[in-house]
Ligand binder design. Sequence first.
Ligand code: CA
Length: 437
Amino acid sequence: MMLNQTHDLTRRSWIESANVADSDFPLQNLPYGVFRTAADPSALIGAAIGDRILDLRAAARAGLLPDAVSPACGQPELNALMALGAPAWSALRARLSELLGSDTCPEGEQRARVSACLVPMRDAEMLLPARIGDYTDFYASIHHATNVGSMLRPENPLLPNYKWIPIGYHGRGSSIVVSGTAVRRPHGQLKPADAPAPVFAPCKNFDYELELGAFVGPGNRLGERIPLAQAANQLFGVVLLNDWSARDVQTWEYQPLGPFLAKNFATTISPWVVTMEALAPFHVPAFKRDGADPAPLPYLTDATDTARGGLNLTLEVYLLTAQMRLAGQAPHRISRGNFQHMYWTLAQLLAHHASNGCNLQPGDLLGSGTVSGPERDMRGCMLELTWRGTEPLKLPGGEERKFLADGDEIILRGYAERPGARRIGLGECRGTVLPAN
Ligand code: CA
């Protein structure tokens, strides 16, 4: 994707909070979300700018947006906008950048009209950004797959298909919740290795998984494929995703058909969808395969994807326990990884998903799989960080964790930065563990 004026490092917004160096939402980001306010209970599409939200329905009604996107911007979810495709997304982004830039929208009548469409973020309740039809979760980190594999099968950690085929499973759309929603510890069948039979009880080994979620754009008709060369244009944008996992349930149920009730009780996503166009300055080469790794099959090979399909995106996990919260302590960072360590690119995941003619639709969500990297502090879940509970995590207040306790809050954060580009952020994805009921 080409860089353009919307990425220009030197441009500033006339909304001063967007110009603060560590703001997740500067003029160069402009992510989309769905919100409502106490004053107006309707769900509205907005674009984040600093500590404000530009109400896109109001902006469309004021005649400020391109005609081609105005109807989609008045919807209560992003699906219609996702369906419009990359040229329309680009036109909307260019227009928003123009309306919110201090250079392109000087003080005057137009700035006043835009100003009238702004809502303070603190007055907004964020909702799920889209009606999520189908949700698929992949397993694209070779580091995660190798770590988990070595716990389950020390003699054979990485299964022979891993380097050939993006592994995934169909998840559950109905239990995807937005950041801030508390998540209840699930019940399930648990069977300790030395017990003769399972019991039905609250999960003991409750975990999170740090992932990136990618929203599908226009998609494909049933029976048609999406070539890898076109797959990047089919991706609308990304969110942070926490794939809550009941490890003890998973151990007992996962063979032979894969994850089921260990995963589908809740998945949390961040509310702001950062567009692929906003991320364009942060593309890097795809995972560098060494001589022992097979080249991907032709339908998973594309020169541009190899050269630019990776994403330099820092992803962090913070833990805030109930005790830390009471003591007024700040959340403690327990890992920091980067999306560039993923074995498969987002475009490869999408092209593979459609490679059998499976129809992807606007608003479908693709989870990347746990984002783990080569270093110890890059492990993206508790299972790996504590090596299945054998190396407990020590927290600053003296507490220890093998897995998550009731009252623990997991906070995912993500941002992209590099010299020559404005740092942009994904915001936060938060969830607190409620006791089993
Ligand atoms: Ca997962």
